[in-house]
Write a protein that binds this ligand. Structure first.
Ligand code: DX5
Ligand code: ZN
Length: 212
């Protein structure tokens, strides 16, 4: 299981040392939540801060866009060269075009689905994706409770991935902890995002290895 701490729950007053700590604690990716106050009722960080995060990080960045106007934001973050950029399917009329735009920038494209969004929405996109991000809370905030019906959705997406693009990874984001991690693994998840579970633990290394 790959582990991507979400820095949304980090201490933003000490962001540099927080990033260094999670990287030294053995995370695989650093998950960065970009919110615009329109697609979700919260506002986070833009390219200046994400650039500083990238400089402090020894691990690749996983940028999760929760915004309107995906193309505009992709251009803003392109120079930072994250490993992944994910955008929400609920917010995009032309997903193939956006996926190709991300790939042309040398970044791995991923599509995110809100907890209620049907897996069929991405059935004809899976061939062109490197990752599917399944939200297990409604996006916007850290520290929310995991929505259990997502487990069934993970199994359905896993089946689609196996049939159409076995190299496409499945990432789950929201309410992940040491209680639900085994069920997530059994359902077919490759990468978990965890914010409050890791950052509320005084020992990041222990929290990350307990998930792994
Ligand atoms: C929510 C974000 C998540 C969030 C996860 O909109 O996409 O990445 O930080 O936080 P926890 O793990 O606390 O649910
Ligand atoms: Zn996220």
């Amino acid at each position: 299981m790959l582990v991507a701490p979400s820095i949304l729950s980090a201490d933003f007053g000490n962001l540099k040392s927080e990033i260094e700590d999670i990287c030294e604690s053995g995370c695989d990716l650093v998950h960065v939540d970009v919110m615009d106050g329109h697609f979700v009722p919260n506002l986070t960080i833009g390219p200046m801060v994400v650039n500083s995060v990238a400089k402090s990080s020894t691990k690749p960045l996983d940028i999760h866009l929760m915004v309107e106007n995906n193309s505009f934001f992709i251009d803003l973050f392109a120079d930072i060269k994250p490993r992944y950029i994910s955008f929400h399917i609920e917010e995009e009329k032309h997903p193939h075009r956006v996926i190709q735009k991300i790939r042309d920038l040398g970044i791995s494209p991923a599509v995110a689905l809100n907890p209620h969004t049907r897996p069929e929405e991405i059935e004809f996109l899976i061939e062109s994706l490197d990752m599917v991000l399944l939200m297990s809370v409604n996006p916007g905030f850290g520290g929310q409770r995991f929505i259990p019906s997502v487990l069934e959705k993970i199994e359905r997406v896993k089946d689609m991935v196996d049939r159409r693009n076995p190299s496409c990874l499945i990432e789950v984001d929201g309410g992940v902890n040491d209680k639900n991690i085994s069920a997530l693994k059994r359902a077919g998840v490759d990468i978990v995002v965890a914010g409050s579970y890791i950052f509320s633990n005084s020992d990041y290394k222990k929290a990350i290895s307990s998930l792994r």
